[in-house]
Design a protein around this ligand. Structure first.
Ligand code: MSP
Length: 660
């Protein structure tokens, strides 16, 4: 008996620093469609996903939340509404979920690091860079902003830190040869050229340890160092198979990976550092790394810090999981960026899913029930238009396969919809309702309906990797057994009989105008609620007014107000408001965001790195239609002409110092 062919596919492992957005879901949904498709073709698939849980960012987030880093990541990964819940909601059929805080992974990483050190691929040296004392961070030349710390905007000074380095530079030539000899290795092609250019600029060795980030895997032979997160993270692709650990025994079966699917911004780590590490370990290299584009919103990459995040849970609740899966798979072209908008989502649902697919199924099933009481045998009464329909539907699985093998996911879905559209046209051409008027046409009518059922069976089977629930619902209405949904049974005319059963519409049509109006009304209501809380743009004037009308207060009342010195780390103008500036401040304990209506008097650069005074215990309030939450107030003085001056303290005053 011949062994089944294997297919190992991976998503990047996610930073659980925040809840995931619909952009994150794209990679995972795309990998899920590919994994399901390969399983359907009889492959023994290993589909790996997981979370990348170490590093400074997580450490800071946990400190902000007042919990340990492990508690923080446990909650985002395993907690209600966390990463695992989201993948369940989106029907992600992963075979393994790795967390980089899993003991077996950490153990393997330590062995890998030690091996590379012992064989001389990792060496100890000195990391030379620019050091920002308040931030305790090293920066390279290119990371500095106007020669200053990119985090807090303060002066930096030349400094050195002991660190371990990986000899990436040693592998430059082998990497270039790898790309040249394996044109499939980096995809799309255009991205390969970017990587070649990067290497040709001169590849530096990679600093792979830190002494200032305790939340990481300790370097086993030098415990004051922790491993650089990317070394830890990239290793997941082999540790999850059991490389250098006793947890799993799948390494020899599945490595090398058939496909690492990653967003374009992390392609460099996967096509330079990762293969170089594997070369050093003398391990086979992954067969393909695909750098996909981003899902954009308003022309920008979604990110929580920009506030333009679309919540996948809300979208699934409103439109159904398969509608969202379909949108993602259909809308992001191979290797390029795609855009999210309510209009494009609703229009895809209406055109492809409700009109083309939903109508074909409901019309066909309704006619089989109406004219034949729900059951028709296989019919051979051939007629006009049959040949074209049968040839298009029969050829469709091969076209889908061709496209999927080249990772052309939108094109693969398009091929299925071409067959669906052809079948809808066939209904118009054959006009079954007209045939039904004459008893003599019954055999022809049965043949027409049988052909439509077959077309729908092909669609149901081929849609399963993309829209699993929809495929199940179609199979139920068409009365398909599990065996009749097998990819290998896709020979037109092979099913002997259909007994159908009408079900609910697959995708109810959405009234675009009404829906957009409703969404706008919801947004407005949210905005109104936020405004009712505080008229955001008028903040400084209101604060002044309230103070004028206050009655005398007691000392205890005053003592309730906690005023502190805080350092401005970041400050930016908001495109939505002429009055507001958005600040990120360090208040001695944590970072916080405050929106302040002083844009008329200050440019962001005037205040970055400065010490200001904040009211620290004001209840957080939503601003700008709930898009931001302001966590306090920056104190300023306003003269009779309405000129505003922010209260400031010299740099020598420590953030967190209390006023009183
Ligand atoms: N932890 C690293 C990956 C380590 S892999 C060894 C990481 N994590 S991430 O959470 O920031 O991103 C995970 C994936 O989501 C990346 O492939 C990234 O490109 C993808 N996306 C994040 N936002 C996206 C969009 N708006 N659109 C499409 N994909 C995007 O990077």
């Amino acid at each position: 008996m011949s062994e089944k062919k294997t297919f190992y596919i991976t998503t990047p492992i996610y930073y659980p620093s925040d809840k995931l957005h619909i952009g994150h879901s794209y990679t995972t949904v795309a990998c899920d469609a590919l994994a399901r498709y390969k399983r359907m073709q009889g492959y023994d698939v290993m589909f790996l996903t997981g979370t990348d849980e170490h590093g400074q960012k997580i450490q800071d987030k946990a400190a902000d939340a007042g919990v340990t880093p492990k508690q923080y990541v446990d909650n985002i990964v395993e907690g209600e509404g966390g990463v695992k819940d989201l993948w369940k909601l989106l029907d992600i059929s992963y075979d393994r979920f790795i967390r980089t805080t899993d003991d077996y992974h950490m153990e393997s990483c330590q062995k890998i690091f030690t091996q590379l050190y012992e064989q001389g691929d990792i060496y100890k040296s000195v990391y030379k860079g620019h050091y920002c004392k308040p931030c305790e961070s090293f920066w390279t030349d290119s990371q500095l902003v106007d020669g200053k710390c990119p985090d807090c905007g303060r002066e930096v000074y030349e400094a050195e830190e002991e660190a371990y380095f990986f000899k990436t530079s040693k592998y430059a030539d082998r990497l270039l040869r790898l790309y040249e000899e394996n044109p499939q290795f980096i995809q799309p092609e255009t991205r390969k050229n970017e990587m070649i250019a990067f290497i040709n600029q001169g590849l530096q060795d990679t600093c792979v340890s830190r002494t200032t980030v305790p939340w990481g895997i300790p370097v086993p032979f030098d415990q004051k160092h922790t491993m650089y997160v990317w070394v830890d993270a990239l290793s997941n692709y082999i540790t999850a198979l059991g490389y250098q650990n006793g947890k799993y025994d799948d390494y020899s079966k599945f490595w090398p990976a058939d496909l690492h699917m990653v967003g374009k911004e992390i392609l460099r780590f996967h096509t330079i550092l990762w293969p170089a590490m594997l070369m050093a370990l003398d391990l086979p290299l992954p067969k393909r790394v695909f750098g996909h584009g981003w899902l954009l919103l308003d022309g920008g990459k979604m990110s929580k810090s920009k506030g333009n995040v679309v919540d996948p849970v809300v979208l699934c609740q409103r439109y159904g999981v398969d509608a969202i899966r379909y949108f993602l798979l259909r809308e992001i072209p191979f290797g390029n960026d795609g855009s999210f908008s309510n209009e494009s989502l609703i229009s895809r649902i209406n055109t492809d899913l409700a009109n083309d697919l939903g109508n074909l199924l409901s019309r066909t099933v309704a006619m089989v029930e109406k004219y034949f009481g729900g059951t028709i045998p296989a019919q051979r009464a051939a007629g006009e238009f049959d040949e074209d329909l049968i040839s298009i539907v029969s050829a469709m699985p091969a076209h889908v396969t061709e496209n999927m093998d080249q990772l052309l996911i939108p094109q693969a879905t398009q091929e299925i919809f071409k067959a669906i559209q052809r079948a809808n046209k066939y209904i118009d051409e054959t006009a079954p309702w007209a045939l039904a008027k004459d008893e003599a046409n019954k055999p022809r009518l049965a043949a027409v309906l049988y052909n439509l059922c077959e077309a729908l069976r092909f669609a149901a089977v081929m849609l399963a990797p993309f829209l699993p629930t929809t495929a199940d619902r179609m199979a139920e209405q068409l009365g398909l057994s599990q065996a009749e949904r097998d990819f290998d049974t896709l020979t037109f005319g092979s099913k002997t009989e259909y007994t159908v059963q009408k079900g609910e519409a697959l995708f109810p049509r959405i009234d675009m105008e009404k829906e957009l109006a409703e969404l706008a009304a919801e947004q407005a209501a949210k905005a109104a609620a936020a405004q009712a809380d505080q008229p955001a743009e008028e903040a400084p004037a209101l604060e002044k007014l309230e103070l004028e009308h206050l009655d005398e207060i007691t000392f205890d009342d005053f003592a309730k107000c906690e005023m502190r010195v805080a350092r401005v780390l970041e400050c930016e103008k908001l495109k939505e408001s002429k009055k507001l500036l958005k600040f990120k401040l360090f208040d001695g304990e944590r970072e916080r965001t405050i929106l302040s209506g002083i844009a008329k008097w200050y440019e962001p650069e005037d205040l970055i790195g400065k010490n200001v005074c904040i009211v620290a215990n004001l209840a957080p309030r939503p601003m700008m239609k709930g898009k931001y939450v302001s966590e306090g107030m920056i104190l300023s003085a306003e003269d009779n002409e309405g000129n505003v001056t922010v209260v400031q303290f010299p740099a020598s005053v420590k953030p967190g110092s209390q006023l009183g």
